[in-house]
Design a protein around this ligand. Sequence first.
Ligand code: CTP
Ligand code: MG
Length: 230
Amino acid sequence: MKYSVVIPAAGQGKRMNAGRNKQFIMLEEKPIIVHTISVFQSDEYCEEIVLAVNEREHDEFRSLIQTHELTKVTQIVTGGKERQQSVYEGLKALDGDKIVLIHDGARPFFTHEVVREAAKAAEYYDGAIVAVPVKDTIKQVDELEVKQTIDRSSLWAVQTPQAFRLSVIKEIHRWAEEHQIVGTDDASLVEMNGRSVHVILGDYWNVKLTTPEDLIFARAILREKKESGM
Ligand code: CTP
Ligand code: MG
C-alpha cells in the first residue's frame, strides 16, 4: 500500500524547554527529526514526504535533509500557528487522491509495520489512528477535587501516524478552517464531521518527545535498540 506523508515540525517545543525547536535536539548524533524522517525514508511503500516547518527554520531543515540524504522529502512548506494549520498547509501541497499519513516530527519510535497497517486501514475507513490502551487510572478532577473515576477499559491514548484518504482529510481540514473547528488531532476533525475512525493497536515505545524527561526515555530506547539489534 503506497502512501504519502505530512510531517508537522513547525512547533516551538516550549514544554521541552530547550531554548529552540525540539526537532533539532540530538539523539545519538542525529536530530530528532532525522530519526523520524528516516523511518519513512527506509520504507519502500513511502512515496513522498512533505515537511511543515517554521518560517525561520527552512534553511536549517533543508540542510539536514541534504546531509542525511532524505530524498523522499519532496517539499518543505511553512506551517501555521497551531499544529492543525501546519498539517493543513502540508496537505495542500499534495495532489491527487492517495493515502496520506500524518505523523508528528517529535515521535521518532514507530515501526514500518504500524505505518503499513495504518495506510491499509485508510482504504476501508474514513481514517485510521494508532493508539494504545491507557495504563493509568484516569480521574476527572475539578479544582483538585475528584469528580469521578472513568472506566479505563474503553480509554485509549492516541498517537500518530494517523492515515486518511487525501481527498477526505483535505476536505475536512477545509471544513474545520471554515467553521473554526479545532481538534487536538486530525482524526478528531474526522469524528466531528460524523465519520468513522478505525483504531490500530500501537505500542508504548512510540512516545511523543514533549518534556525534558522524555529525552531520557528516548536515549534508553535507542540504546536498547542498538544492543538488541532492532
Ligand atoms: N507542530 C507544528 N506546528 C505548530 C505546532 C506544532 O507543526 N504550530 C508540530 C510539532 O513540531 C510537533 C507536533 O506538531 O512535531 C506535535 O506537537 P507538540 O508535541 O505540541 O510540539 P510543539 O508544539 O513544538 O511543543 P510545545 O507544545 O511544547 O510548544
Ligand atoms: Mg504544541
